[in-house]
Design a protein around this ligand. Structure first.
Ligand SMILES: NC(=O)c1ccc[n+]([C@@H]2O[C@H](COP(=O)([O-])OP(=O)(O)OC[C@H]3O[C@@H](n4cnc5c(N)ncnc54)[C@H](OP(=O)(O)O)[C@@H]3O)[C@@H](O)[C@H]2O)c1
Length: 289
């Protein structure tokens, strides 16, 4: 039986769906009782657990052959590092105390670095703590999610503009669909590697200008790229609802990306194929249906 955190989210739901399709026994973790029914209807067991609560988590992972876990970013939190520390302690403690044999963790490119990467620092901490538990860890390190476009669809439709937080809008970067990450995580649980490894999960190379064009195509209009100057990144992010601390942290992440610090440095690369335009068309259809 496999335990899947973040089942109401993008990657966690994709992992759970794939494992159920493969006929595996699945226990999903949710935070709200009303999120249980859709999973029970699909044949999954459901537990309520918070990723910061060691005791809940320990009971939830007990007896499992493998655990999919993530560090959700709470960008309204005034201290991302404290949030990361509390999730790290609870998750690594539960995995260690219950001697879970295999863990697939949603990490990120850049998680091998201990600093200078904004919120990805927390993923470095989770990877490091999980490795120390003795479990066989598969740290999945995607680049950008294609689904990040979701955050700007409403703004783009209303303004005709596509905001870009990069000094290199025409630089191609690997962007992966979350369903492809879910497939990679499910595979890591079904057939764990013989030792712990870090796996870069990359999608097709797409620039921010390409994304603007793809979103325009999906919306049926032409979008004007709006390159936000670097000194204004934190201020603009704060205006969208991020805490001041989170905005500074995310701006550091964007600078790290521009500086090439998120490049693949894992043990191997999985090259996923879903095109960004395919994902963006679905996101737009979901939003308008
Ligand atoms: N966006 C990118 O480009 C990118 C790139 C590389 C890596 N990442 C990593 O991917 C993560 C996001 O993955 P995603 O898109 O699948 O997430 P998502 O769709 O935002 O979903 C987050 C999931 O985590 C759950 N969750 C949040 N806080 C929790 C808590 N304290 N205890 C238990 N469950 C909790 C949520 O449950 P509720 O429904 O209850 O809220 C939800 O199921 C980021 O946090 C980052 O670590 C992102």
């Amino acid at each position: 039986m496999f335990v899947i955190a973040g089942a109401t989210g993008r990657v966690g739901s994709a992992v759970a769906r794939r494992l159920l399709q493969e006929g595996a026994e699945v226990r999903v973790l949710v935070r709200r009782p009303e999120d249980a029914a859709p999973w029970q209807e699909r044949g999954a067991e459901v537990r309520q657990a918070n990723l910061s609560d060691h005791d809940q988590l320990r009971a939830a992972v007990r007896g499992s052959a493998g655990f999919f876990v993530l560090l959700p970013f709470d960008l309204r939190s005034s201290d991302l590092d404290a949030h990361a520390r509390s999730v790290t302690a609870a998750v690594a403690g539960a995995v260690s105390d219950e001697a879970i044999p295999a863990v697939a963790m949603l990490s990120s490119g850049g998680a091998d670095r201990a600093s200078g990467t904004g919120p990805i620092r927390g993923l470095h901490e989770v990877e490091t703590a999980l490795r120390a538990t003795g479990t066989r860890l598969t740290a999945l390190r995607p680049g950008h999610f294609q689904e990040k476009v979701t955050d700007v669809i409403t703004y783009a439709r209303a303004s005709g503009r596509y905001p870009i937080f990069s000094r290199f809008p025409d630089r191609p970067r690997p962007m992966v669909a979350t369903a492809d990450i879910g497939d990679a995580a499910a595979q890591a649980l079904l057939t764990p590697a013989s030792r712990s490894e870090a796996v870069d999960v990359h999608g097709p190379e797409v620039s921010e200008l390409d994304l603007a064009a793809d979103l325009g195509t999906a919306l049926g209009c032409e979008l004007m790229p709006e390159v936000i100057p670097e000194p204004a990144w934190a201020e603009v992010l704060t205006a969208t609802g991020l805490s001041a601390h989170a905005a500074e942290s995310v701006a550091e992440l964007y600078r790290a990306d521009d500086a090439g610090l998120l490049a693949p440095r894992g043990d191997r690369v999985i090259q996923a194929q879903t095109p960004a335009l395919h994902t963006i068309r679905r996101l737009v259809a979901d939003l308008t249906s």
